[in-house]
Write a protein that binds this ligand. Structure first.
Ligand SMILES: *Cc1c(COP(=O)(O)O)cnc(C)c1O
Length: 404
């Protein structure tokens, strides 16, 4: 037996384990310290009442012989696919058909699994800093090659996103085959306008490239000129796959549900990707639980929409508190407007990790060093809006007091 030795190339998740370790050590050394975590990448508000109610009802159905459900359809029940098609696409004037939508257990799995349908020989382009899933899954698949002397994977194209380009990746100079884009972005909290996305769609169409568009944070968009879907851009149905998640939208991180759109017009080497993904899912995935699908359906009801909006505004309030407070304290900040993330420039002459230590020691606040998301994240720092309102206010007060 031979193992997939690509796995040996992957570094253990150094970032979050180191953050947790440093916090633990500090707490042990200072048992009285009241440490506040603005590093959480998980939601904290409970599920909306409409969602809970839908689940209770579904549970009762599962208890009766005549309403019990076994295996769900591999791609999702009609009721949820119709709700998605109507609310996320048709109502925005986007023509996506039901059989182009594939319900799943979340965007992370789909972002990772999508690589099954394209060749190992493709040249991958990723933003830097980046959501690590895009990188690690391509290393596992054998697309990375070896590391160069700077620690970068030789076969990947890195697209730096820094203050210099306003965190918008530049078109790659060498030809990319598969391009990962995520807007609103994790970790920078920045978004692409229609015009900026059009540049990417045009590039993909001209270069026979595929865009993998992660819009896990779509629900945080508040500004008018920010597209909610890549299919708002003309031509995108020919070159883009879109990943959506109910995790950040509706607090479903523990529920596990999302979906992926693979348009039939996405044709490469004469083959549509839609039936390929359908085949992949039918073979390796047995569907999302009925109870979860009913829960997801409830997000799209009038009460569900209203309740979710309130939960999102809770986080949006935190984002504003962090953004405004940090600016008052003299920091240069990005993100926060259409995003639960605030991305800030650490003081001159400090590394991201040095700033992490300083913030923990002087303010008892934990954040995430930008360098953990890629080399171009060095000198930046991520704070998240997923915490408790009062605790967030308290954390920001401490930072203001120390740095002002
Ligand atoms: C949180 C997050 C997701 C969501 O993943 P799920 O598996 O649906 O919970 C996807 N992409 C990014 C960039 C994220 O930050």
């Amino acid at each position: 037996m031979k193992i997939n030795d690509n796995f040996l190339k992957i570094e253990s998740s150094y970032l979050f384990s180191t953050v947790a370790k440093k916090q633990r050590e500090y707490q042990q050394a200072h048992p009285e310290a009241d440490v506040i975590r603005l590093s959480i990448g998980d939601v904290t508000r409970p599920l909306a009442p409409a969602v809970i109610e839908a689940m209770h009802k579904a549970v009762d159905e599962m208890a009766q012989e005549d309403t019990f459900r076994g295996y769900p359809p591999e791609y999702g029940y009609d009721f949820i696919l119709e709700a998605i098609q109507k609310n996320d696409y048709a109502d925005r004037g986007i023509d996506i058909s039901k059989d182009e939508i594939f319900l799943s257990d979340g965007a992370k799995s789909d972002c990772g699994n999508i690589g099954d349908i394209f060749s190992v020989d493709n040249k991958i382009a990723v933003c830097d800093p980046v959501y690590p899933v895009y990188v690690d899954t391509n290393i596992m698949a054998g697309r990375s090659g070896d590391k160069d002397e700077n620690g970068a994977w030789k076969n990947f194209i890195y697209m730096p996103c820094t203050a210099e380009n306003n965190f918008m990746p530049d078109l790659p100079k060498e030809k990319a085959d598969v391009i990962y884009l995520c807007f609103p972005n994790n970790p920078t909290g920045m978004c692409a306008t229609k015009e900026q996305l059009k540049k990417w769609v045009d590039y993909a169409l001209q270069n026979d490239a595929l865009i993998l568009f992660d819009s896990a944070y779509e629900a945080f968009i508040v500004e008018d000129d920010v597209p909610h879907s890549i299919y708002e851009i003309e031509g995108a149905k020919k070159c883009a796959i879109e990943f959506r998640s109910f995790s950040k939208t509706a607090g479903f991180t523990g529920m596990r549900c999302g979906y992926t759109v693979v348009p039939k017009d996405c044709v490469f080497e004469g083959h549509s990707l839609n039936p390929m993904w359908a085949r992949r899912q039918a073979t390796k995935f047995n569907g999302v639980s009925y109870i979860t699908q009913r829960a997801a359906e409830a997000i799209y009801t009038p009460e569900g929409k209203k309740q979710i909006k309130e939960i999102l505004s809770y986080y949006q309030k935190n984002a504003k508190v962090i953004y405004d407070g940090l600016r008052e304290a003299g920091f240069t900040c990005y993100g926060a407007v259409n995003s639960p993330y605030v991305w800030l420039k650490v003081p001159d002459g400090m590394t991201s990790w040095e700033f992490f230590d300083l913030l923990l020691e002087k303010c008892q606040v934990v954040g995430t060093p930008g360098s953990g998301f890629g080399p171009s994240g060095e000198g930046y720092f991520r704070l998240t809006a997923f915490g408790n309102n009062q605790r967030t206010v308290e954390a920001v007060e401490r930072i203001k007091k120390y740095f002002k």
